[in-house]
Design a protein around this ligand. Structure first.
Ligand code: BGC
Length: 455
């Protein structure tokens, strides 16, 4: 008896989150669209980066990806059949502005108009991310995020998007995870455009911080009744031990991974105290920059997958901190080698909600890649269901404890191109056979569908 009632108590229902809680799925242009050179589309840094040998797992690329460009109706209809009411997708800058700036592409604009109109026809609310990592290559050829001119380029792009789609789209996110595209793309060189070192990283950080606010201001001015956010990657950081050195290493990692981009936007300036080298950002800043980095977002998109255990390391330049790999810790991991650690989501919602100026938090990405088992042609992805359920319990706990969380988007709808890891890690609620492009709802997709429609 006791067992049964316990089970019932812990069962999750969408009702627990309140009637206004937003449920959706998230995607990004380069990961799904394909049609990389249709009409006048320009190349993006991801087209170029993934065409170079050795950059991507098995030298794969997003040339076709999920063929969403041609199959968007099929996918949106599938969403509709699953009761998904909110669809987050990004716009491809080089599809809309083939030369990065200047003459817009008629076909590019038409394509996103068609998607938006079809979503609305299906009763699905579009949530647009302006920038999910696919900078036009022509702009990268002039320095990309390292060149201060990005402030003008980005503004022009944001104006075009607001002008073209703002009459029907009210929910916007300016950037997707600036820490990842600057860190992986301009410091480590493992993502496009493959640049390395501080001389690329620091200016790209500073310009991304400014563009975050520029995009916000453009949308505020041009889109009536806009709900404007921006998104951040974040992970709970736990020190490897209670040694002072590990505790300060964890603090530095937290500053770098979780605080660097949000704090300037809240008017707190850069969190420079813990990591001396960050002070060099000041040398790049013009007098008005601190003020111009501020924007009052309506919501902050928290994107969490895992936590990191961090210890002091003399050998890691600047940060002097090192991540203890989950693969060495004897914990449950996903195909990305990320630890499954649901409380991390609660703790990140708490950390972001704790800033008095953050009005609300929406979990704009959470999900997992596993080896999905196929049994009798059904996709029995029990691990993903367990992952989603356990992380959602943490969102529920956050809500019950009065934290300002008001929505949740699964990463992601269909299996897709997972950046440097190619097509190997599969995060989708829907399986894609990349040879035939056939879609098949996984058990997790049925589960999510039942869950969000149950209230
Ligand atoms: C990104 C997605 C990515 C996902 C899983 C996030 O960092 O926004 O584009 O596919 O995590 O790695």
């Amino acid at each position: 008896m006791l067992n049964l009632s316990n089970e019932k108590d812990s069962r999750l229902s969408a009702e627990d989150f309140g009637a206004n809680f937003i449920w959706g799925v998230s995607t990004a242009a380069y990961q799904i669209e394909g049609a990389h050179n249709i009409h006048d589309k320009g190349k993006s840094i991801w087209d170029v980066f993934s065409s170079k040998k050795g950059n991507i797992y098995q030298n794969q690329n997003g040339t076709v990806a999920c063929d969403f460009y041609y199959r968007y109706k099929e996918d949106i209809l599938l969403m509709k059949s699953m009761g998904i009411k909110n669809f987050r997708f990004s716009l491809s800058w080089s599809r809309l502005l083939p030369s990065g700036v200047g003459k817009p592409s008629k076909e590019g604009i038409q394509y996103y108009n068609d998607i938006i109109d079809f979503c609305l026809e299906c009763g699905i609310t579009p949530w647009i991310t302006l920038y999910h990592w696919d900078l036009p290559q022509v702009l990268e050829d002039q320095g990309g995020w390292v060149n201060r001119k990005i402030l003008e380029w980005f503004k022009e792009y944001a104006v075009l998007c607001a002008q073209s789609f703002g009459d029907r789209v009210k929910n916007w996110m300016v950037l997707n995870e600036p820490m990842v595209f600057t860190g992986a793309g301009y410091f480590l060189g493992v993502h496009a455009p493959g640049k390395k070192g501080l001389k690329h990283f620091l200016p790209s950080v500073h310009h991304a911080v400014l563009c975050q606010a520029i995009g916000g201001r453009v949308l505020r001015e041009m889109v009536s009744k806009a709900n404007i956010g921006t998104t951040f990657s974040c992970s709970q950081i736990t020190p490897n031990s209670q040694k002072k050195k590990d505790i300060s290493a964890a603090k530095r990692a937290d500053t770098m991974l979780n605080r660097l981009f949000i704090e300037p936007s809240l008017g707190m300036g850069y969190p420079l105290g813990d990591i001396p080298v960050l002070k060099k950002i000041k040398e790049l800043a013009e007098p008005e920059d601190e003020q111009n980095s501020i924007f009052e977002f309506d919501f902050i998109g928290v994107q969490n997958y895992t936590r990191e255990i961090v210890k002091h390391s003399f050998w890691v330049p600047y940060l002097k901190a090192k991540i203890v790999k989950a693969t060495k810790r004897n914990v449950k991991i996903t195909l990305m080698d990320w630890e499954v650690y649901p409380p991390s989501l609660y703790n990140m919602i708490a950390q972001f909600s704790a800033y008095p100026k953050v009005k609300k938090v929406i979990v704009t990405e959470n999900g997992a890649a596993f080896n999905d088992a196929v049994v009798d042609s059904k996709i029995k992805d029990v691990e993903r269901i367990a992952y989603l359920e356990d992380y959602l319990k943490e969102v529920k706990r956050a809500k019950e404890n009065g934290l300002k969380v008001e929505g949740y988007f699964v990463w992601t709808f269909t299996d897709n191109f997972e950046w440097a890891e190619g097509y190997y890690p599969k995060f989708g609620l829907v399986h894609v056979d990349f040879k035939t492009q056939k879609r098949k709802i996984k058990d997790s997709g049925f589960w999510y569908s039942r869950f969000i429609t149950s209230s």
